[in-house]
Design a protein around this ligand. Structure first.
Ligand code: UD1
Length: 461
């Protein structure tokens, strides 16, 4: 990182002014056990949506425990473009939306970051009008926004999608949305959050049925309530929001990232290591811990916010079906596929949340895994070992899964596609290094030279 420009908001290399930052790769030498304590950062999916929630209030919002992520930087850029003042000091983000007057979000940024679309609810609630580019397709599936749109329409908004932009406005009622009874066809996290924010400042009561129950939805409700909103039932399938006329300043701390914690749990399990993780909310990790226990990995609650994972002699096969919370999280599916690749026996993974989220299987096979994919199902036949190779991450969690694989594979694994990893992990490589992993971030060109040299020195028999 030395000599690079650091972005003041994310704390990451400034990708705009340092084009080489995007082309860095990770080199991992597997087979080393990990030990010690890892500090879990604030939850990406909470921090991003809390930042959009800050649009609902015209006072100062202090958000603590904000992770250093490329996605946070992008979200900050979206908010700045709307006229919001943002200042970061370490893990504390101060957001002031007093002068937020622009209803048009910038196309180039929103199309890169799906969570920024969720701001449409807050923008519409505050200004009565919003112009939000569609978030665009994503590597893991089509990810439409129909549930967001239908919910806003039920609350009185007129919405038209033209030329890739979602134009919404509230006719009459002084531009104020009206409370409504809304049933979500599926418990979409983003739609629940968009509509919850919109309803916070609406006229009357909104009831969201079949709402998402993810911990990040609860965090957003708690954040809004800390500003004076009246939201009850978050964490259940029915959320009731009684609209208020305005919200006040707050000082709020983001919950720990359950997916980052889960990723470290799989890193410990695959290297047969003992690790301490904190802060965590063990309840948020129940489906992940249950699956690890089934595989023979013991996880104990050392303290109310601290977990100890113990090494397992053998990893056992297990079947996984991803589901909305409290089911097994789709955001942990790729990391578990890596773990199951080295388990004893056959496992089956059924990805039911996203339609195209098994692309890491082929990269794991490059490392020696035995995985067959048919539709949304992966058949994983456990192998005894993996061997390092150059691989490419296809999305955020797929990249993390390849890092976990690299920790166990013999020799060197080179992982490209770090622009995905840096979106959602707060300095994963540095944290792993501190735990004893042999991992380094280098410029792609240096890694390519190393790969070419290694290839040239291994002569075919
Ligand atoms: C959020 C998380 C993401 C996680 C996902 C599922 C953020 C920023 N991202 O994404 O990390 O993987 O939840 O836990 O919080 N759908 C529709 N219509 C809609 C909205 C969603 O059909 O209007 C579908 C999606 O295509 C997908 C499923 O519903 O198949 C679940 O998506 P959703 O829960 O909305 O995920 P996100 O909120 O985008």
């Amino acid at each position: 990182m030395e000599g690079r420009l650091i972005n003041p908001v994310s704390g990451l290399p400034d990708t705009k002014n340092a084009p080489e930052a995007d082309s860095s790769v990770l080199r991992v030498w597997g087979g080393h056990s990990l030990r010690g304590h890892v500090k879990i950062s604030g939850a990406k999916n909470s921090a991003l949506v809390l930042m959009t929630g800050a649009l609902l209030c015209s006072g100062d919002c202090r958000i603590r425990n904000v992770p250093r992520l490329a996605d946070v930087e992008r979200m900050a850029q979206v908010l700045s473009a709307l006229g919001v003042k943002i200042h970061r000091d370490g893990e504390t983000l101060d957001v002031n939306a007093r002068e937020f007057t622009t209803s048009k979000a910038p196309y180039e940024l929103v199309t890169q970051l799906r969570a920024s679309f969720f701001a449409i609810g807050a923008i519409l609630a505050r200004l009565g009008v919003a112009q939000m580019p569609l978030p665009g397709g994503c590597a893991i599936g089509a990810r439409p926004v129909d549930l967001h749109v239908r919910g806003l329409q039920a609350m009185g908004a007129e919405v038209q999608i033209e030329h890739g932009i979602c134009n919404a406005h509230v006719p009459g009622n002084k531009g104020r949305l009206k409370g409504a009874k809304i049933y979500l066809d599926s418990p979409s996290v983003g739609a629940t959050e968009t509509l919850m924010m919109a309803a916070t400042l609406a006229d009357g009561e909104t009831i969201l049925d079949n709402a998402a129950r993810e911990p990040e939805v609860v965090d957003l409700a708690n954040f809004c309530n800390s500003m004076g909103a009246k939201i009850t039932g978050a964490g259940t399938s029915t959320i009731t929001i009684l609209g208020v006329s305005n919200l006040h300043s707050t000082d709020y701390e983001v919950i720990p990232d359950r997916i980052e914690a889960g990723t470290f749990l799989t890193a410990a399990a695959i290297t047969h290591s003992e690790l301490l993780l904190s802060p965590v909310v063990p309840e948020h990790l129940l489906p992940i811990i249950a699956k690890l226990q089934e595989m023979g990995v013991n996880v104990v609650e050392e303290a109310p916010n601290c977990l100890r994972v113990l090494p397992a002699a053998v990893l056992k096969a297990a079947d996984i079906q991803t589901l909305p919370h409290p089911g097994f999280p789709t955001d942990m599916q790729a990391q578990f596929m890596t773990l199951l690749a080295l388990a004893e026996g056959d496992s089956l993974i059924n990805e039911t949340v996203f339609e195209n989220r098994l692309r890491h299987a082929s990269e794991l096979n490059r490392l020696g895994a035995d995985i067959r994919v048919k539709g949304n199902i992966a058949f994983v036949r456990g192998v005894h070992s993996l061997s390092g190779a150059p691989v490419l991450g296809s999305d955020l969690r797929a990249s993390a899964a390849l890092v976990v694989a690299g920790l166990a594979a013999s020799g060197e694994t080179t992982i490209k596609g770090l622009q995905f990893l840096d979106r959602g992990y707060d300095r994963l490589d540095l944290k792993l290094q501190q735990l004893g992993a042999k991992i380094e971030r280098v410029r792609e060109v240096e890694a390519d030279i190393a790969i070419a040299t290694a290839t040239n020195t291994v002569q075919p028999a």
